[in-house]
Design a protein around this ligand. Structure first.
Ligand code: HEC
Length: 199
């Protein structure tokens, strides 16, 4: 290889590499840093990955509202809902109930879901006296933590949806024990008249 052509090649290489050199943000990319899981000689325990300071809460994960998140009011299972239950909450509760609970508890709550028909321990009827005596907070906690043979549904449900499911369970219970007194007056009048007056 003659000298002139070697010089030409070096020049070409310099021209080719020039844009890369200019892209490099020298200060940032040259910082000393540890790669993920690389050992460290700086910290006493030899680990470069540090555990958060005790009590650290990820942004958006502060859960101070005991009623909403734990189902508890003043240390007792809540007797009320942490937000007003609208029709749309019941619809969502029903959708979640039918996806997550009905496989065992059945669509109406009698405890005859498909999983039970295939041999899973039969849960108590959600319409029975014992479960009807439970407070909303009790049912919330059952969903969040599980009970006996029933697994926890904390990873499959958000707190708001647990309350919506609780509301739907209460709706199922009421649907089985509703009497004339539960029918709003104007609807009752319509039923008695037997006509289909507009709402
Ligand atoms: C895999 C089956 C299964 C699924 C799914 C399931 N449960 Fe249960 N559930 C049970 C069994 C079994 C029991 C009885 C637990 C025991 O006492 O051993 C039970 C008990 C209960 C009780 C009564 C708790 C008590 O303190 O007496 C409630 C309320 C309840 N379940 C609600 C729900 C709701 C709401 C869902 C849906 C989020 C759900 N369950 C999903 C099996 C299931």
């Amino acid at each position: 290889m003659s000298r002139p052509s070697a010089r030409a090649a070096a020049a070409a290489l310099a021209v080719w590499a020039a844009p890369f050199a200019s892209c490099k943000q020298i200060d940032l990319s040259d910082q000393p840093r540890e790669e993920t899981l690389q050992p460290s000689r700086y910290f006493e325990d030899g680990q470069s990955a540090r555990t958060p300071v005790p009590g650290t809460v990820p942004r958006g994960a502060l859960r101070l509202d005991e009623h909403l998140y734990d189902g508890v009011v003043a240390g007792e299972p809540a007797e009320t809902f942490p937000f007003e239950i609208e029709r749309s909450d019941l619809d969502r509760g029903r959708e979640r109930y039918e996806a997550l609970c009905a496989p065992c508890h059945g669509y109406v709550g009698e405890g005859d879901g498909m999983v039970v028909q295939r041999g899973f321990p039969r849960p108590p009827s959600l319409l029975g006296t014992e479960v009807r005596a439970l407070r909303p907070g009790d049912i919330y906690v059952t969903i969040a933590r599980g009970a006996g043979a029933m697994p926890s549904y904390s990873t499959q449900t958000e707190p708001e949806d647990r309350w919506r499911i609780v509301a739907y369970v209460e709706a199922l219970q009421r649907s089985q024990f509703a009497g004339e007194q539960d029918v709003p007056e104007e609807v009752w009048a319509r039923l008695v008249r037997g006509d289909d007056a507009e709402e």
